[in-house]
Each structure stands twice: as structure tokens, then as C-alpha cells.
Write a protein that binds this ligand. Structure first.
Ligand code: IVH
Length: 702
């Protein structure tokens, strides 16, 4: 899309524009320049995942363009990067006809099915050697895009395959889908492109964390999250969800007069490359072309092993006959093309029976229904119980005791019930009844008007006390190995542990006498508890179990203060100034720190030697070897993973920059370093070092 020369030129243009912006000398004559560099940096960020400028610099360019266009609305173009931004709510998504029906794929699950496929292909084409292109089967929501005269004019859902919903406003929010693509270069006047919209695993995790912090049930998988987001009526909300898109098929083109079908469209793998060159994200790096089915099978099996390392979900591979003339010769059924087949990976879904529903009291008093299931093996683990979140969730899914249910375990997400299967009911299934009293202490349950959750509001409820301790010591909080859920319950029942500070006042002599505890395990426990006293502040904050404060919010809070008590000085308004903290979360944090009991709990922890300060900010202030220095990594490092290297920099007081600029001190270069290295060389001010030299810097400060 952008070769080396264009990249250098655009980078220089960016720097000139940023300079002119700080001198306030950018006027309407720079509109096209601004658009050009913004498109370029969007491409670097969303397609290549290798930005060349810092986010704040990008924002400055974008805001400047928005301002100029506001002053000169007559100069706005439909493909301006600002035109993704939409206002107001969508009333409805009109139905639209696809230019070519959107077919499904035939499925296969075993190597033998692929041998059969190969045999059918050879029979139907009459060829003895067939070239196949193999690529991931993206697991999201399928879309169809129409470009006319190089502009994106329509985006639609699959619908029934013939007609879909026109979701153009939402499609425009997806930054990896170009608003303009130079199809005309190839003589193409109109093109229909097929692809898949995804939510990355990381964004999905963040999204679920956020909705769970709001007290709502999580979504079952990134596919539902992506497909659901595509149908949202608020395009600004769609933009916030950071969807991504891969395109994998050009389904239809009309050519300009006198032009022939472009050569790359004669091979599937070349058309993927063409899409990539036009600025789309297509699976050019992931796809492979093979001459025989054996190699195809090997590649599919090897790819399955990498499945969990990918940043997004795939549910298999797609094998396509590479030669488009042969594809046409083979044709299609009413359901799927005969020239392609999906090779599905090991299922992460299973069906089983809902045996009963139990009710558990959590640390905040919330009573959560938990489904007890006939044990079933799901992607390598046996599942026998799954949270049902709240009463509404059970009603919405119409779950009944005795039902067959479809369950799913998506990646590292905890298993969820996707739906019940009412088709196979036998008539003796029973509705789920919610208890009126707390199953742990018997007090009457209460449901605040605006909430979906029933609560036990007895502060002395034993179930809540135990759950608070379990949460405090858990892996994502203080991470005290050896004091897992079972031991917390045992110690609580034995009267050895009654509240959170009690963790640091355990009577080890008594524990040593308990069954299953030897001298060694007591010592290990003691060591783990000692170590936890110096956990980073965000872990402590998360461990306190403040309502609506998940790991992300805990990090934000820890970042904002040096000592945890400073949080008691924040007003609700001030808390809302912090990233991603809304009124509900702010209110909960505020009340937690106004409550004397909670402040007393902090005092007790401090007396026990638990650190309540942000130790990281202390070390960066005075003892880091890399104090005040800035770093950036490029290429593949040989001993460290990228995130480990970055963590090392921060641990030693240095800072990571997002791009090469005059502010950068060191560029650490691994194998296959890209454009960052080129840029750093040009800058002259950046010291370029190897991984080995970087590690030496940490050991021996200069
Ligand atoms: S090709 C005629 N390639 O899987 C072209 N489909 O289960 C047919 N999908 O409806 C589609 N990744 O939404 C193709 N690399 C890929 C794909 C892919 C995901 C989806 C697509 C299709 C569904 C069938």
C-alpha cells in the first residue's frame, strides 16, 4: 500500500504538519494533506499494527482536520477520516439485496473429510493436480461491503444470505475498513467484498470486565460481542468497541468500459494480496498456497496448535481452490460453493443437562444462581457448574431444570450457557425458583429497584466474610499461593480466620496441627503471605472488593495516587475525571473510602506490614537504573518477550514510547527490525542498541 519512499515522504509531511500546527499556521489549504497523513497513520495503526507516531500526535492531526472542516463544511469529502464519526441514533437498518448471494461453507472435522473434498474437486475439475489456498476461518460476524468509484457506499450483514441489513453507519466506525480504496487503478468500477468483523480477545476481555463491573452478565464469546455490536443503534458506542475486520473474498466486480478482468482476480491468493495492497486487512500473512491435500491438512493441524496465541478467535481453516476459473467450473449448491470447505477445529461448545440450580452468596451479598450440570468435557476440561449471573438472565434464556443446554468455553473465558434447547424438552422440566431468604444466614433478601441482583444485606453474613477473604487472596488480587478457596473455608470454620487482616495474623502453630499440613507447607504458606505484603497497589485495591471495581479500574486508581488513603480525598466528580470511571463506579469508590470500617481495615493491614503505597512510583523516583530514559523496542527479541522487556524498562524507572521521535533515547533492535530502525537512524539522536546491550544497561548502570 505505501512503499518505503511513500512512507518516508508521509512521515516528513506529518512532522511538517505537526510543526505548523504548533505555530497555528494550518489553514484550509492543508485539508487534503491532513487527510492524507491521517489515512496513512490509521493504516499504520489498524492494518499494520505498527504506529509511527504517538496517539496524542494523531489526535492533534485529527482534531485539526475536524476544526477546519467545521469552519469550511463545503469542503468535507465523504471519504474524509472524520466522516466515520456519526451523530445521533440509527432508527432502523433497511434491508438490502446482496449483489451476489452470501453463501455458507461446507464443514469438515477430520482429515478424511479433506481427502474426500480433494477427490470431489479432482472429479469435478478433471484436474490431477489442484492448487489450494488455506486461510483462517475467522469467528465473528460476516459482512459484505460495496465500493463504487473507489468509495465505500454500503456495508451489510449477511441476513438470510440474499438480503441483509444495511449497517453502513456502523461499518464506517471500523478503522480497518477503508472508506476509500483505489479499485479504479484496476479498472474496477464497483466491487463487493466479503469479510468478517471481529472483536479481539483483549477488547472482549476488557468489554466483559466493564459490563461485569456494572453488575451485568458477560457475553458468551467475542463472536456474539462483534455481531451484537454491529447491530447497535448508537454508532458512537460501536466506535468505542474497537471492532476489527478481515476481508477474504471479492464476490463481484463490474469493470470500467474497455477494461479486462485484472490478472490478480484469477487466483484467490492474488486477490487477497490485491485487497491488502488496496489498504484492507486480508489474511495475506496467514494464508498459504499448497499443491496437494496432504500439505493442506498438515498446515490446518499446525494452525490449530497456534489458535490460542492469536489475538482474535478463529474456529477453523478455510480451504479454497486457488484458480478462479476452476472455481467457476465447479459452481455451488444452494448452500455453499463446491470449491471451498471449512476445516473446523475442536469444538468449544457442548450440550449437557441442567440438573439443578444452587444459590451462592458472594462477597457483596449478591445471591448468584449457579447451574449444576451433568459433567461434560469441553475443550479439555470437565465442566459441571456454570454461573447463571442473575434472575433476569435465567428468564431471558428461558432455562428450566432438566433442560438440555448448549454451553461454550471461548478461549480463556469462563464457560457460559449459550442457550437452552427447548426443542428437546420432554414436558417434565421445572422452572427455577429464586429463594426469598439468604441460603447462608437466613435473612430476607432484598432487590434494589434498578438492579437485577438479589442481595443479602446482613453485614455479618458468614458467607460474605469468607468470600471477601477468598477474593482478597485470589490469583488476580494478592495472589497468596497456598491459601486457596478450600483453605480459607477450613480456617474460617476452625475459627482461625475471620476477616481480611486475619490473613496476616494466622496462628501457624494451630495450622501445623491441622490434617494435611506439614512443616514445609506451613512454611510455604507463611512465605507466600509475607511476600504478598509488597504486592503492587492495584492488586491490593482490587483485593478489597470494592463494588464495580475490577482489575482495570483498580489499575486506574493505583495510578492516580501514591498512598491508598489519598483516595479518601477524592470527590465523586474527581473520581469521574479518571479514565473509564462513570458515575456509578465513582459513587461506589467514594462510599467505600468514606466508610470508617473500611479505613480501619486499611489501618489494620498497614499495622500488619502490608504496603499501602504505590511502590513502583517510589522506585522510579529514586532507584531505577534507567531513570528518566525513554525506550522503544522493534523486531523480534531473542530472550525476552516484548511485554517482558517493556516491564523491565518500567521496573527500572524508564519509560516506553510508542514511536520514534526526538524524545526517544534508546531503540532496542531485535531480528527483522522494520521502519522504526530506519527512522531512528535518520534522527541521529537515538542510540540504537541490541537486546544484549539493553540487558547489560540494567545490570550495570552507567
Ligand atoms: S469464504 C463464497 N473465507 O464462515 C465464499 N468464509 O461458516 C464463502 N468465514 O459465511 C466464504 N472466515 O462468514 C470464507 N476465510 C474465510 C472465512 C469465512 C470466516 C465465515 C463466512 C461464512 C462462514 C461459514
Amino acid at each position: 500500500m505505501y512503499n518505503q519512499k511513500a512512507t518516508t515522504e508521509l512521515q516528513i509531511k506529518t512532522e511538517e504538519l505537526l510543526k505548523k500546527l504548533s505555530q497555528n499556521s494550518v489553514d484550509k489549504n492543508y485539508l487534503e494533506d491532513l487527510r492524507e497523513v491521517i489515512r496513512f497513520h490509521e493504516y499504520r495503526y489498524y492494518i499494520l499494527n505498527d504506529p509511527l507516531i504517538a496517539d496524542v500526535e494523531f489526535d492533534r492531526l485529527f482534531k485539526a482536520l475536524q476544526k477546519l472542516e467545521k469552519e469550511h463544511p463545503e469542503l468535507i469529502t465523504p471519504d474524509s477520516p472524520t466522516q466515520r464519526v456519526a451523530q445521533g441514533l440509527t432508527k432502523e437498518f433497511p434491508a438490502v439485496q446482496h449483489l451476489v448471494p452470501m453463501l455458507s461453507l461446507d464443514n469438515s472435522y477430520h482429515a478424511e473429510d479433506l481427502y474426500d473434498f480433494d477427490r470431489r474437486v479432482k472429479e469435478l475439475t478433471g484436474e490431477t493436480n489442484v492448487e489450494y489456498c488455506v486461510e483462517p476461518k475467522f469467528d465473528g460476524g460476516s459482512i459484505s461491503l460495496v465500493y463504487e468509484n473507489d468509495l465505500l457506499v454500503r456495508g451489510a450483514t449477511r441476513g438470510d444470505g440474499v438480503q441483509g441489513d444495511d449497517i453502513t453507519v456502523n461499518i464506517r466506525q471500523i478503522r480497518s475498513i477503508p472508506l476509500r480504496a483505489a479499485f479504479s487503478q484496476w479498472g474496477i468500477q464497483q466491487a463487493e467484498i466479503r469479510g468478517e468483523v471481529l472483536m479481539s480477545k483483549e477488547n472482549f476481555k476488557k468489554y466483559n470486565e466493564a459490563i461485569m463491573e456494572e453488575g451485568q452478565p458477560p457475553l458468551a464469546n467475542p463472536r456474539n460481542a462483534a455481531a451484537g455490536t454491529l447491530r447497535m443503534k448508537d454508532p458512537q458506542e460501536v466506535a468505542k468497541r474497537n471492532l476489527e475486520a478481515f476481508v477474504y473474498h471479492i464476490s463481484y466486480v463490474t469493470l470500467r468500459q474497455g477494461r479486462n478482468l485484472p490478472a490478480p482476480l484469477q487466483k484467490h491468493s492474488d486477490s487477497l494480496q490485491l485487497l491488502w495492497d488496496l489498504g484492507f486487512r486480508s489474511p495475506v500473512k496467514e494464508k498459504k498456497v499448497f499443491q496437494g491435500i496432504e500439505e493442506v491438512i498438515r498446515y490446518c493441524e499446525a494452525f490449530e496448535k497456534q489458535r490460542d496465541d492469536l489475538p482474535y478467535e478463529i474456529d477453523g481453516m478455510v480451504i479454497k481452490v486457488n484458480d478462479v476459473l476452476l472455481q467457476e467450473k465447479m459452481g455451488m449448491t444452494s448452500h455453499h460453493p463446491r470449491w471451498a470447505i471449512a476445516f473446523k477445529f475442536k469444538a468449544r461448545q457442548a450440550t449437557t443437562r441442567l440438573l439443578s440450580v444452587e444459590f451462592q452468596v458472594g462477597r457483596t451479598g449478591a445471591v448468584t444462581p449457579v447451574a449444576k450440570l451433568e459433567p461434560v468435557s469441553l475443550a479439555g476440561v470437565t465442566v459441571s457448574s456454570i454461573s447463571l449471573h442473575n434472575e433476569d438472565y435465567i428468564r431471558e434464556k428461558d432455562l428450566r431444570i432438566g433442560d438440555m443446554v448448549l454451553i461454550e468455553r471461548a478461549g480463556d473465558v469462563i464457560p457460559q450457557i449459550v442457550k437452552s434447547l427447548p426443542e428437546v424438552r420432554q414436558g417434565n422440566e421445572k422452572p427455577v425458583h429464586f429463594p426469598a431468604t439468604c441460603p447462608a444466614c437466613g435473612s430476607t433478601l432484598y432487590k434494589p429497584e434498578d438492579e437485577a441482583v438479589w442481595r443479602c444485606i446482613n453485614l455479618d453474613c458468614p458467607a460474605q466474610a469468607v468470600e471477601r477473604i477468598i477474593h482478597f487472596v485470589s490469583k488476580d488480587a494478592m495472589d497468596i499461593r497456598g491459601l486457596g478457596e478450600a483453605n480459607v473455608r477450613r480456617f474460617y470454620e476452625a475459627g482461625l480466620l475471620k476477616d481480611i487482616p486475619g490473613v496476616y495474623k494466622l496462628d501457624y502453630e494451630k495450622i501445623a496441627q491441622m490434617e494435611g499440613f506439614g512443616e514445609k507447607s506451613v512454611q510455604n504458606l507463611k512465605a507466600a503471605i509475607e511476600k504478598s505484603k509488597h504486592q503492587p497497589l492495584n492488586r491490593l485495591i482490587y483485593g478489597l472488593g470494592i463494588r464495580y471495581v475490577g482489575e482495570t479500574t483498580a489499575k486506574t486508581l493505583a495510578h492516580a495516587v501514591h498512598h491508598i488513603r489519598e483516595l479518601a480525598q477524592f470527590s465523586v466528580e474527581q473520581l469521574q475525571q479518571l479514565e473509564d470511571i462513570g458515575p456509578k463506579v465513582a459513587g461506589s469508590i467514594y462510599h467505600f473510602f468514606q466508610n470508617k470500617k473500611n479505613l480501619k481495615l486499611l489501618d489494620e493491614l498497614e499495622q500488619c506490614g502490608v504496603s499501602l503505597v504505590n511502590e513502583k512510583s517510589l522506585t522510579t523516583a529514586d532507584s531505577g537504573n534507567l531513570n528518566g530514559l525513554t525506550f522503544l523496542f522493534t523486531g523480534t527479541l531473542s530472550t525476552l518477550k516484548r511485554h517482558e522487556a517493556e516491564a523491565l524498562v518500567e521496573k527500572h524507572g524508564g519509560k516506553i514510547l510508542s514511536s520514534v521521535s526526538a524524545k526517544l533515547n534508546y531503540l532496542v533492535v531485535g531480528d527483522d527490525a522494520g521502519s522504526k530502525l530506519e527512522k531512528a537512524k535518520k534522527l541521529n539522536t537515538v542510540k540504537i542498541i541490541t537486546e544484549e546491550e539493553f540487558l547489560k544497561m540494567i545490570e550495570n548502570p552507567t
